[in-house]
Design a protein around this ligand. Structure first.
Ligand code: PEP
Length: 251
């Protein structure tokens, strides 16, 4: 099975011109990476134009966030329907940075269900802010999964992509160990099965947090993940190539 890489450009770059340059480098790297399905999440304002210019099939597009309502008086927000119309097939939901800005489990519950209703693929992010001695992170991740999957029809549980992305590994120098990720992947799968039935076995699990070409291979082969959600390494052409090459080598 092909690995999944979600490239989260966050609030970068500043101009459409730079976005086109970055996307062109991304496109070339993706063409060489035959074992990777790349999902690019640019700032929403750049999405439609990048999608329209792209003629290949190896890259899909994602929103970094969206409102759960399809329209209405929500100044500054973007709806899933607008993202869908712009060419996004996926949407990142509950990213740690959005949770940090006040997004609640209840918002996330509605967003996941709304995305599925539009036939978009939700990329549900879960993970703790920090690790304590008494393994509270398992309880927290369970609560996040419970909320995220609460309104998902049982028949659609397998369509959700879950990303385990603890805040303490995002934007840092080093990542967590593949062994710890393996343990968390088993926990996530078991929890989704407990909560929502056998469809939970089909849920794809990604890891996010300081992934690059130096650590991706070990995480892929030992971490029990299908791929990665990547911040910095997705908006740097050289780092992206190195990352995709590492995945190719490990595949
Ligand atoms: C992210 O933004 O989701 C992320 C994982 O960032 P980074 O890869 O830079 O740690």
């Amino acid at each position: 099975m092909k690995s999944i890489v979600v490239g989260n450009w966050k609030m970068n770059p500043a101009t459409m011109r730079e976005a086109k340059t970055l996307f062109e480098a991304t496109r070339k790297a993706a063409e060489r990476a035959k074992n990777v399905n790349l999902i690019v999440a640019p700032p929403a304002i750049f999405l439609r134009e990048l999608k329209q210019r792209y003629k290949g099939s190896r890259i899909s597009f994602a929103l970094q966030n969206a409102h759960f309502e399809m329209g209405g008086a929500y100044t500054g927000e973007i709806s899933l329907a607008q993202g869908d119309d712009s060419g996004a097939s996926h949407v990142i939901i509950g990213h740690a940075e959005r949770r940090g800005m006040g997004e609640t489990d209840n918002d996330i519950r509605k967003k996941v269900a709304a995305a599925l209703a539009l036939k978009m693929t939700p990329i549900l992010c879960v993970g703790e802010k920090e690790r304590t001695q008494n393994a509270e992170h398992f309880k927290l991740v369970r609560e996040q999964l419970q909320a995220g999957f609460a309104d998902v029809p049982v028949s659609q549980v397998g369509r959700v992509i879950v990303t385990y992305e603890p805040l303490w590994t995002i934007g840092k120098e080093k990542t967590m160990s593949p062994r710890d990720m393996h343990e968390m992947a088993i926990f996530i799968r078991k929890t989704v099965v407990d909560l929502r039935g056998e469809g939970g076995m089909k849920v794809k699990i990604l890891y996010g947090g300081s992934v690059d070409g130096t650590n991706a291979g070990a995480m892929l082969t030992q971490g029990d993940v299908c791929g990665f959600l990547v911040g910095r390494a997705s908006s740097n052409a050289l780092q992206l190539s190195a990352l995709l090459q590492a995945i190719e080598n490990a595949s």
